[in-house]
Design a binder for this molecule. Sequence first.
Ligand code: HXC
Length: 257
Amino acid sequence: MTYETLLVEQRGAVTLITLNRPQALNALNSQVLADLIAALAAFDADASQGCAVLTGSEKAFAAGADIKEMATQSFADMYGGNFFAGYDRVTATRKPIIAAVAGYALGGGCELAMMCDFIIAGDNAKFGQPEIKLAVTPGMGGSQRMARAIGKAKTMDMCLTGRMMDATEAEQSGLVARVVPVADLVDEAVKAAATIAGMAPLATLAVKEMVNAAFETTLQQGVVFERRLFHGLFGSEDQTEGMAAFVEKRPGNWTGR
Ligand code: HXC
């Protein structure tokens, strides 16, 4: 399958999705969204694929939603058309997605990175929510996901001043999981994704679901939800295999059942 604005490649059990609108620093227009939804749906449905990596170029992961596309839109266009609602389908992907961010991740670009399950940043990464400078606000969940990731003080700072945060500050704040030299970014992210793709598939889905539940529930509800998923995995063939493999000192051989 080929896409107008994405390059998609399978490296073993890892799907590498590269945003490819270099002339606009990967600004996210409607075509990018349509391509992304299609590519992620294909990834989710492909049993040979266990984890995705979403990346951009060395200069820009994505410099935001496409300002030129939005510039002439009215309230009726945006609200009536439910602009950006399609991004909910990105977050509905059930298998894990790692964002590998080099260069600018601004506005919608930062929001898209935060929709992924975790971020690995190149050491040249710059994150920001500069929408305030355009007299608007984050609109793809940025204020909410950033506040949950790094807390109120820094989120207010980022969204009200529109300043950028470098990779070191992003790691110290908890926005990104790891920082690596930018030259190694894609290889490191694919390596992490291959590790994830090598785990038992049902347990992997369960981890993603339970960690995400932490942002939707009380602690007590979340702990019960976690325990029920944990209990449920004892109905899987892979649990029997995983524990037998440990006892027999050999790698597990997963069936996804
Ligand atoms: C459309 C964009 C774009 C964007 C860059 N380009 N960002 N086009 N939408 N978000 C285009 C430029 O117009 C230019 O095209 C080309 O990409 C290269 O960009 P330059 O500005 O020439 O590059 P540079 O000088 O290196 O500066 C890089 C930059 C700057 C600092 C990232 O491009 C920038 O500030 N971009 C906008 C960042 C931003 O405000 N993002 C938030 C968007 S709002 P031409 O054809 O002129 O050469 C958003 C909303 C989310 O995301 C939801 C709520 C509305």
